[in-house]
Design a protein around this ligand. Structure first.
Ligand SMILES: [Zn+2]
Length: 337
């Protein structure tokens, strides 16, 4: 085992279908345990001692899934280079790109199930309409209809008729979800890690710029969203107020191109959907986000650009943690299925 490889201790099995899953679970020196509510617990990553080496039967050389970024270097603190890697001359990324492998409806159903698992759409919420989903994923409405039918068949959505009719999320996770999450997230994981990194850099830059350029009206918009977030009683209200707050911050930077970039990155990490992955209801995460929102507001209000930038950069790791926790849940479930 090379010195840079580490043991992910919260997974008893790191081998899925002969693939070493460790490359997907390492990030910034920490991993989250498979249990969602334990996800805040940092686990130490220590190199294996010889006594802990896997048995000879498991010591085939690790194979890695191909990354979509050819010959990509590890992301560095270099905004230009990371932008170049991920935006790739404007070509559609694997995350947002057209869905054209296997049965298209199967791929779309997997993507929707994963989007629901990571909390793009929450229980009780109506999915966007057929036409909008078809446009977002660049597939036909017939394909969307077929995919939604699959979600209905496994109990993830229910179809309601009438004026407010549509596909409503019943639950964010069923027995069918783990396999869909693995098929969706594992091949995209190298790209997603780059996107998490890039998003932190971009949101940090936006917050820094906001601190330098904000007007009193910008502060008012942030304050209103902050109050709405503090007063939210359900996850859906938190998600809406959170989006309003971050929109107000980015808008305060005074350059619509930054808004466009921020929204593009949101959609990429959300698997093509325009909403922030919100995971399960977790009071601890809410409290942390609330504290960070307040601190970010104070820093922007005080025109403290460096402080605002570093708070925003750290804040957006919450989303990466949500998605990482869902991948781990999907990988852990494979041991039982
Ligand atoms: Zn937030």
């Amino acid at each position: 085992m090379s010195p840079d490889e580490t043991d992910v201790r919260c997974l008893d099995s790191i081998w899925i279908n002969g693939l070493d899953t460790r490359p997907f679970l390492k990030s910034a020196g920490r991993v989250r345990c498979g249990s969602h509510h334990a996800r805040r617990k940092d686990l130490s990553l220590t190199p294996r001692t010889p006594a802990e080496e896997p048995s000879p039967a498991r010591r085939e050389p690790p194979r890695r899934l191909p990354s979509r970024a050819p010959d990509a270097d590890p992301p560095a603190d270099d905004l230009t280079r990371v932008l170049g890697q991920v935006l790739d001359g404007g070509r559609p990324s694997g995350v947002l790109g057209p869905v054209r492998v296997r049965s298209v409806a199967t791929e779309v159903a997997d993507r929707l199930m994963t989007a629901i698992a990571i909390g793009d759409y929450l229980p009780g919420q109506r999915l966007p309409g057929e036409r909008e989903l078809a446009a977002l994923l660049d597939v036909s409405r017939a394909t969307i209809r077929e995919a939604i039918g699959r979600l209905q068949a496994v109990g993830i959505v229910e179809i309601r008729r009438g004026r407010t009719g549509g596909a409503y999320v019943r639950t964010s996770w069923t027995e069918a979800t783990a396999a869909a999450v693995r098929r969706t997230l594992v091949p995209r994981w190298p790209e997603l890690e780059q996107l998490f990194d890039l998003r932190g850099l971009v949101e940090g830059m936006a917050a820094r710029t906001a601190a330098l350029r904000r007007t009193d009206a910008d502060l008012e918009a942030m304050r209103a969203a902050l109050d709405a977030y503090a007063g939210a009683s359900i996850l859906r209200e938190e998600q809406e107020a959170d989006a309003a707050f971050h929109t107000a911050v980015v808008t305060a930077a005074g350059n619509p191109q930054i808004n466009t970039l921020s929204r593009d990155l949101l959609m990429r990490v959300s698997l093509g959907f325009p909403t922030e992955p919100y995971g399960d209801d977790d009071p601890e995460t809410y409290q942390q986000a609330l504290n960070e929102h307040r601190a970010l507001y104070e820093a922007i209000s005080a025109k403290d650009a460096e402080r605002a930038g570093s708070i925003a950069e750290r804040h957006f790791t919450l989303t990466a943690d949500v998605i990482r926790a869902m991948l781990e849940r999907g990988l852990n479930a494979s041991r039982d299925s």
